[in-house]
Ligand binder design. Sequence first.
Ligand code: GAL
Length: 451
Amino acid sequence: MYFQRLPLVGFLTTALGLSWNTSSSSASSPTITSPTPNECPTGPALPTNPHLSNGLALTPPMGWSSWNQFGDQIDEILIRDTIQTMASNGLKDAGYVFVNLDDGWQRYKGNRSANPLEADPVKFPSGIKALADFAHAHGFKLGIYSGPGQSTCAGYTGSEGHEDEDAAMFASWGIDHLKYDSCCSHEHAPKSEVQKIVLKMSKALLAQSHPIVYHACHCGWADIWEWAADEGANQWRIGQDISDEFNYPGNREKYYFDVLDMLDRGNELVKYSGPGHWNDYDMLIVGLNGNSSQLVGTGASNIEYRTHFSMWAMVASPLLIGSDVRTLDTYSLQTLTNKEVIEVSQDPLGNAAETVGVGEEAGGDLQVYAKEMLDGSYAVALLNRGSFTAEMSISPRRDLTMPWDQYRLRDLWKHKEGTYDVPYTTEVMPHEAKVLRLWQVQANASMCFFQ
Ligand code: GAL
């Protein structure tokens, strides 16, 4: 069963005539370009054969993954502590239920032809099934990692030639999520071969009675967004690894993306995303503060991390925390547990926001993202990518082509709202995203404002 996108994006992209001034600029009217009109909105690529679906991940998966902070230095004590911490610090209540072991749980390094795939008995003496039982008993789901090559990116034994056997083993352990990573083993493989190996594991997982969410990780190569949903994948990375940076000039070390790179790349790919099949902008960097054992980057500011999180929610990326949840500071925890922003991520309609207007006067640094929500409201992000505080504004009638004379607008970070019959204007700091939600107000309702 696949989701058919509503025509929202088409008319949003034709309609926005945004108005804003950067505070450093003169009073003259800014020039705004609307993206090229799209008369015939296209939905996500509809599945062609083999048209597989496991019916899972109807909203973007939320949870934690071990890689960004710990690399392959993981063990069952860390995972149990992580589960217990998430159960008590509000993360589980906010919806983060997947706890995913990334690379490094395996016993052997080297080729699969020479080694079996087993859990490392030193790191995981109780075994993975016991860990899955522990996760389930605490209301979580356990994820695991493998790849279609002889070995994985970190050099551990892969699944090549043993796909059915491994899928059955994961299911027998009670595994709920598989990241199947072909970035290293199949980096230079032709698309047809990548399609074959993604499909092979998909079928192997579908043959199991235990449901397993399937992440086909191919680092944004082989146009994976065009075909992975057809093959039953629930998520796929749209780019190479993220770095712990908001905006690093260029493609860092010729490989790593940053937050803005991912957003730019994803903006072209929105139509491929929907319930059950998501563009994955990579794991969250909130709380890493430059301390990742794996990612390059010196960290981001609190505001930048908050913007990154807000935008991942707007674009309906999976939300997998990549930092050490045991040491998260209050600000990071408040960022990750903002239930109103999480509602934007988890909206059952499953729309992914895209840019609906760009402020040329600010060199394209001011962007407005919007998406329609199931209840008919709109989630809007006013994103300032630049270095100066800017005034940005939004009006439903003018910008969203919604004939609303009055509207209720709520700032999802300030947790304040008001009703308006004129465009709403606000100052947006450098690298900040204001996340707003707008509802129509019926005639004769009284007006109120917030500061
Ligand atoms: C990379 C992948 C990372 C991580 C790593 C493990 O290919 O992009 O997210 O999974 O492999 O070795």
